[in-house]
Design a protein around this ligand. Structure first.
Ligand SMILES: Nc1nc2c(c(=O)[nH]1)N[C@H]1C(S)=C(S)[C@@H](COP(=O)(O)OP(=O)(O)OC[C@H]3O[C@@H](n4cnc5c(N)ncnc54)[C@H](O)[C@@H]3O)O[C@H]1N2
Ligand code: MOO
Length: 397
């Protein structure tokens, strides 16, 4: 059995960045920017007033000074004249500062009387002017690749980018397999259960920037699997859930071989997740066969599926973040497979502490729901005491 790290690198070798497409900025949230964007104009494009008040010359700006108001500058309506010594221009936030003025006195510090103002006794030191390009210069570039956040969108808009190039969303076809499965809301027979893990995987894929296509549940027979594989073709990545182990009804890999699946690996030294399969179909489409146990499928989703998705999106950091934390309670020695234990991670200003849950059966969704991290036990790691430093993979909400 290969290690988790080896399996991750073989999974990543099965995929490559998808082509970019151009989308309007309104549709770009959560997409991955595929090419850098250059501003083309500075922001602000002119020295702008940061306050409502009066634009004046700094040399005129002393307590009690009396100045003549010669014009008005508002946002979107600049004043074309020149502010000469002894003069002031009424100005509003966002307006271009007129020529000659190099300071804005806020209106709270001014008494107006007809065409004249008198400056107050105590004046602020600030110029209240945002220089041209204070936010960004015209040669500013937003780098790629990056997953576009709401703040990124505002910045791109300010840069006058109405459309952007983003990586096409990877489409992931998800096939749950098993005679025992019915969908939520259906009426199960006494020997059936409800398909669950595909909903977690769909949500994870969509949160990571992919598109998930849930296919009908494939039954444990060749004909049903053939039909559903056929429906999945055309996706960028085909994921099966279950049927990966050694039982008589575990047929997913056998039937995938009919579609030309070349296996990259089968079985990894990991708990949960041992019967993981990865490979590529004859047409190059990547394939990931997840174990059926709900927790196994979801944990393998974090460790293998999301990295593949990130690579297809053209992102550069593929693997999940691993943190160091202190064990809050002792843990027993580990066996020959790396163990990704469901755990609770708590953090304060000085310390990060992790507690593994007692029950680690890979069928227990109630335990997974309480977990906000996975405590990583390397293969053959000995018993660990409270206070020992360990590695933890945070589970994003
Ligand atoms: N003799 C052996 N038996 C098993 C081994 C082994 O090495 N030797 N490995 C065990 C491990 S570890 C795992 S993990 C499971 C995984 O097996 P499969 O991938 O073939 O999964 P299934 O048998 O189809 O299902 C396992 C379990 O999960 C339930 N399941 C399946 N799909 C879903 C779904 N979409 N939603 C919710 N629950 C699902 C299924 O009913 C089973 O209870 O094999 C062990 N056996
Ligand atoms: O590897 Mo299985 O996923 O231990 O339950």
């Amino acid at each position: 059995m290969i290690s988790v790290a080896e399996a991750q690198s073989r999974c990543l070798a099965l995929v490559r960045p998808l082509h970019p497409e151009t989308v309007p900025l309104t549709d770009a949230a959560g997409r991955v920017l595929a090419a850098p964007v250059k501003a083309g104009r500075a922001q602000p494009p002119f020295a702008a007033s940061a306050m409502d008040g009066y634009a004046v010359r700094a040399e005129d700006c002393h307590p009690g000074a009396v100045l003549a108001v010669v014009g008005e500058a508002a946002a979107g309506h600049g004043w074309a004249g020149q502010v000469n010594p002894g003069e002031a221009v009424r100005i509003f936030t966002g307006a271009p500062v007129p020529a000659g003025a190099d300071r804005v006195v806020i209106q709270e510090d001014v008494t107006r009387s007809g065409p004249r103002i008198t400056l107050g006794d105590t004046l602020e030191n600030s110029t209240n002017i945002r220089p041209e390009g204070a936010d960004f210069a015209s040669d500013f570039t937003l780098s790629a690749p990056r997953m576009l956040t709401p703040s990124d969108l505002a910045l791109l808009a300010a840069m006058n980018a109405g459309h952007v190039q983003v990586t096409r969303k990877p489409e992931v076809a998800i096939i749950a397999t098993g005679d025992e499965l019915v969908m939520p809301g259906e009426r199960p027979n006494p020997d059936q259960i409800i398909a669950s893990n595909l909903f977690a995987l769909k949500a994870m894929i969509e949160a990571a920037g992919g598109r998930a296509r849930l296919l009908p549940v494939a039954r444990d027979n060749e004909a049903s699997l053939m039909t559903v594989y056929d429906m999945a073709m055309g996706a960028d990545l085909i994921v099966t859930i279950g049927g990966a182990s050694v039982g008589d009804h575990d047929l997913v890999a056998q039937v995938a071989a009919r579609f030309g699946l070349q296996q990259s690996f089968y079985k990894i030294a990991m708990r949960p997740g041992k019967p993981l399969i990865a490979g590529a179909f004859a047409d190059g489409t990547a394939y990931l066969g997840l174990p059926g146990n709900p927790v196994s499928a979801i944990v393998c989703g974090h460790l293998f599926l999301l990295p593949m998705l990130r690579a297809m999106l053209g992102l550069t950091d593929h693997l999940p973040t691993v943190l160091r934390a202190r064990l809050a309670a002792p843990v027993a020695g580990n066996g020959p497979r790396a163990h990704y234990m469901r755990a609770h991670l708590a953090e304060d200003e000085t310390d990060r502490r992790v507690t593994a849950f007692d029950r680690q059966d890979s069928a227990l969704l109630t335990v997974l729901v309480r977990a906000n991290g996975l405590l990583i036990r390397p293969p053959h790691d000995g018993p660990r005491a409270a206070g020992d430093m360990v590695e933890v993979l945070p589970l994003l909400p």
